[in-house]
Design a binder for this molecule. Structure first.
Ligand code: 1PX
Length: 208
């Protein structure tokens, strides 16, 4: 089964990362991202400028999770508490804090949520590139300079048609993929909402 992997397992990580106390565990959160990045690799080299940035951010977070302060990075809530208490978010020009890094992933998760919801509910003959561009423009694009928006839009145009895209998710037929998305998306929405609320509460939504 080398190379064959299903988006079902990838998305399950976002279900696994919310605890009973509504904390978001970083371990499964990052393995969800790792799975998405693997998926992105199968879409071709034109997406590599995106996966490079995503890998760098996930890697940085994994290093915190394995580092000396790993207990402080078990969950997003612990991380926010720790980095705020240590004053790690005050100094300008700290492009390596966990909070600002997760914030970038968090904004990208909003894109993912909109994109997958768009795919799920679109008509059969819809274009994946249109769904992707629309969800990008409604979310992440606001944080990106013109060159990145341009490069992203060019890359999106190479995406396969909706039905073919649903097939490469490896969850079975297009109908089965749509059903899987219907089950998995509420969990992604949950992770997004909890994180959004946490960052809003501590005024961390604009970290440079
Ligand atoms: C269907 C495939 C489309 C994937 C497109 C995802 C959204 C496009 C993002 C474009 C990012 C371009 C790269 C550069 C970004 C950075 O400038 C920017 C700011 O960072 P900085 O503050 O450290 O400077 N970084 C970011 O906004 C973080 C971007 C993280 C993107 C992660 C994307 C992973 C996508 C996985 C897709 C898997 C598809 C699965 C669907 C079945």
């Amino acid at each position: 089964m080398a190379g064959a992997f299903s988006l079902r397992e990838v998305l399950a990580a976002f279900q696994a990362c919310v605890t009973e106390r509504r904390e978001v565990l970083l371990g499964p959160y990052l393995s969800g991202w790792r799975g998405l990045i693997r998926f992105l690799h199968t879409l071709g080299a034109i997406f590599s400028f995106i996966s490079k940035d995503a890998v760098a951010k996930v890697q940085l977070m994994e290093d915190y999770c394995r580092g000396e302060q790993r207990e402080q990075y078990v969950s997003l809530q612990a991380m926010v508490r720790y980095e705020l208490a240590q004053g790690l978010l005050d100094a300008p020009g700290r492009p390596d804090s966990g909070c600002r890094t997760v914030l970038r992933l968090h904004r990208a998760l909003r894109w993912l949520q909109l994109f997958l919801e768009g795919l799920r509910t679109a008509r059969q003959d819809s274009r994946t590139s249109t769904i992707c561009t629309d969800s990008y423009n409604a979310s992440l694009a606001a944080y990106h300079p013109w060159v990145i928006r341009k490069a992203a839009t060019v890359a999106f145009r190479t995406l396969p048609p909706r039905d073919a895209f649903l097939q490469i998710m490896n969850v079975g037929t297009a109908e089965e993929a749509v059903a899987m998305l219907g089950e998995a998306l509420p969990y992604i929405g949950d992770v997004y909402d909890i994180t959004q609320q946490l960052f809003a509460q501590h005024e961390l939504l604009d970290l440079p």
